[in-house]
Design a protein around this ligand. Structure first.
Ligand SMILES: Cc1cc2nc3c(=O)[nH]c(=O)nc-3n(C[C@H](O)[C@H](O)[C@H](O)COP(=O)(O)O)c2cc1C
Ligand code: SF4
Length: 681
């Protein structure tokens, strides 16, 4: 490992009089933590944590909207509202206090939003071309829209300056600004369209108005797509030429390089690649841009390892390297680099649960850091407990490992009992799909942390009440996970295998395969992808109105690619009712909730996914002898107080169960269960 002092990442950088303490930044990303459009405490603490953790620059917001007719599609901040200034001031003060710089991205979303939101104002764009991702068919912006919005950009920039921001970044990929630039979205024939010069008119007006308002010394940058990678769109030569023109005018101070477009989820996944996709796919391209410009060059796109970030700086690809999701997984990333503790960095595993959740559930959460964005209640650094206790954890899946890690941090004496010869639980099944192998980082990081903290593991160990109580524990945490359950069939359940059987390699369905997905989560899609890729003739049947309903948009992309490439048939609104063997094959009866009509299939295999049922025998065996009789004080859990329920004076230990041993959920839920319980033990 490089000595911190000689580490290229730790070299300061001067950006127009602003000294950044190192070369690593978090690029703009709207995590949807705003409240009433304001960056209140949750928002502030999220960014402060990265500042505490040593980051050089945090680019806040992500698409803070400059005008009311840019409806906040994903919890965007209201940069158009004067009320935001004091909130911005608290945010910048908080970040500055910890030595990091703080900027903000502003934008008008144009057609990249929905009309049925917030003030229900018409959605506008240069031309009435629909954006597939957000579905609006916009109004063509009129002269009074353009005049108004140019002024709104300048007003918003002034507010951000007044709030103490070190600079602003104008979003110019997929939003109104570059919807004017791109021939794909700008079909106008007035002075704002028809030629590249005309298409640049709106951008010039915005940049000039902003610069005039904030003055020559304030940092203004642009995050722009130099090559839209879109038929008929901006190509590299044009993008570089546009950048040169803007640079020559002296209007901006940095360029944050994007290659690609974000009009739909497939395109977005090329700009923000998820696990299974190549790392740093546009870094060399950013390097080419840097050769072309004298501006400071920034870039972020799946630079998920410190070694890659170091390479980006030492090879001169960029001046500042973005590690955005990496900081969501590990806000103390730079502190660990500085202190020579790189091996302790919680890795970003590329699951992109974070980004998918802003659309699916209205807030970004990291799949395996339950403290991120919960800084008000969940610690990133765990305090030691006043008294060390004897803690036995049963099960070494994500929940058990997190419980063991946090208990280790608390200074407890921890033993993990695992029936398998290895740790990981259901993650071991998930990573059987080679595309998802990076999820292994969730397990590996925790196993390594547990080793550092002196947690004892006993593998190949079946734990029953007797063997557990032999440890004379103060606390027993049952994290034994779940096992697959089947949907209710009228007949033929014994003819069905589960997605676990497929993922685990116990069966290899071939020929004609019907996959009945009555769950909609990764386990089903992943097993189906493996079957499709193996060459079987696959049909996925689901009673839902879309397939993979629990899986977010970016995560859908590689599944949909596989199913398209393999000619997989997807049947919605249909329910498998019964299965019966017939002539060496299976006859499947299929119905629908919408009608009494029934139909059928003849196939070689039926695979089903219906989630899991809790595997909690150990818990129920121990319940009567525990002091709390297994009960959780939810009030204390939510308020962050210790569990003190005493329901059995004879009980000698507290008993809890977490994760899928309670009921069928996901990795984040399992890890959150563990963190919030054990941090107060
Ligand atoms: C939850 C989330 C929201 C995002 N929102 C924005 C945004 O509003 N504006 C923007 O320019 N980029 C946005 N991004 C993209 C990030 O800035 C960054 O380009 C992307 O995460 C790739 O970098 P990474 O691999 O280092 O995470 C978002 C990313 C995430 C994860
Ligand atoms: S959810 Fe996945 S991609 Fe997002 S920050 Fe966490 S580990 Fe990284």
């Amino acid at each position: 490992m490089n000595e911190p002092t000689g580490d290229p990442l730790l070299q300061p950088y001067e950006l127009k009089g602003l000294t950044l303490r190192n070369r690593v930044f978090s690029s703009a990303h709207e995590p949807a933590y705003s409240e009433d459009g304001m960056p209140k405490d949750r928002y502030r603490l999220y960014h402060e944590e990265k500042a505490k953790g040593g980051i050089g620059l945090t680019m806040t917001a992500g698409s803070a909207v400059v005008a009311e007719d840019s409806p906040p599609a994903f919890g965007n901040l209201h940069a158009y509202d004067d009320a935001i200034v004091p909130w911005i001031r608290r945010l910048t003060d908080g970040v500055h206090e910890h030595g990091a710089a703080c900027m903000i991205q502003i934008t008008h979303l144009g057609r990249r939003t929905g009309w049925a939101q917030h003030d229900w104002l018409p959605v506008i764009a240069p031309s009435p071309r629909r954006e597939p991702a957000h579905r609006s068919i916009p109004k063509e912006a009129e002269d009074w829209d353009i005049d108004r919005i140019v002024g709104k950009y300048a007003d918003a920039a002034e507010r951000m300056q007044a709030g103490g921001m070190d600079g602003i970044e104008i979003e110019a990929y997929g939003h109104l600004f570059d919807q004017f630039w791109s021939p794909v979205t700008n079909r106008r024939s007035d002075e704002y369209g028809g030629s590249q010069d005309a298409r640049m008119m709106f951008g010039w007006q915005v940049l000039r108005a902003v610069r005039e308002r904030v003055g020559a010394d304030f940092i203004v940058g642009i995050r722009m797509s130099i090559d839209e990678q879109l038929a008929g769109g901006i190509v590299t030569s044009v993008g570089l030429d546009m950048l040169s023109q803007i640079e020559t005018e002296g209007l901006i101070d940095f360029i944050n390089v994007i290659r690609g477009n974000i009009a739909d989820e497939v395109a977005l996944s090329e700009v923000i690649p998820i696990h299974g996709m190549p790392s740093a796919p546009h870094l060399d391209f950013a390097g080419r841009v840097r050769e072309h410009t004298g501006l400071a060059v920034m870039h972020a796109s799946k630079v998920d390892e410190i070694s890659t970030a170091r390479h980006a700086i030492s090879e001169g690809k960029v001046d500042l390297v973005g590690m955005t999701r990496a900081f969501m997984a590990e806000p103390h990333l730079m502190r660990k680099v500085i202190e020579g503790r790189e091996s302790e960095i919680r890795p970003c595993v590329g699951a992109t649960y974070c980004l998918d959740r802003i659309y699916e559930a209205g807030e970004a959460l990291c799949i395996h850091n339950a403290a991120t964005s919960r800084e008000q209640s969940m610690p990133h650094d765990i305090d030691r407990a006043p008294v060390s206790r004897r803690v036995v954890v049963v099960g070494a899946g994500p929940a058990g490992l997190e419980a063991a890690r946090v208990a280790g941090e608390r200074g407890h004496q921890v033993t993990v009992l695992e029936v398998m010869p290895w740790a990981g639980g259901q993650v071991n099944l998930a990573v059987r799909n080679p595309r998802r192998k990076d999820l292994q980082g969730i397990v590996e990081w925790r196993v390594a942390e547990c080793a550092r903290l002196g947690v004892e593991f006993r593998f190949d160990t079946f734990a029953d009440a007797e063997s557990i109580t032999a440890f004379e524990p103060d606390v027993v945490i049952v994290a034994t996970g779940g096992q697959p359950q089947l949907p209710d069939f009228e007949a033929g359940a014994d003819q069905v295998v589960t997605s676990w059987d497929v993922l685990g390699g116990d069966v290899t369905p071939s020929g004609d395969v019907l996959f009945y997905d009555d769950n909609g989560s990764h386990s089903a899609l992943s097993a189906a992808e493996m079957i499709a890729r193996s060459g079987a003739n696959l049909e996925i049947v689901t009673p839902e109105r879309m397939f993979g309903i629990e899986v977010g948009g970016l995560n859908h992309v590689p599944y949909a690619r596989a199913f398209n490439e393999c000619d997989t048939r997807i049947t919605l609104y249909q329910r498998v009712l019964s299965i019966r063997p017939e002539g060496g094959r299976l006859t499947v009866e299929i119905g629908s909730d919408h009608t009494t009509h029934r139909t059928g299939r003849h196939v070689d295999w039926v695979v089903a996914d219906h989630g899991t049922e809790a595997l909690a025998d150990t818990y129920f065996e121990l319940k009567a002898s525990s002091s709390n009789l297994g009960a959780v004080d939810y009030g204390a859990l939510i308020d962050g107080r210790a569990q003190n329920l005493d329901r059995n004076p004879e009980g000698t230990f507290q008993l809890f169960r977490i994760g899928d041993a309670v009921h069928s959920r996901n990795i984040h839920a399992a890890i959150y269960d563990a963190l919030r319980l054990v941090k107060d033990l």
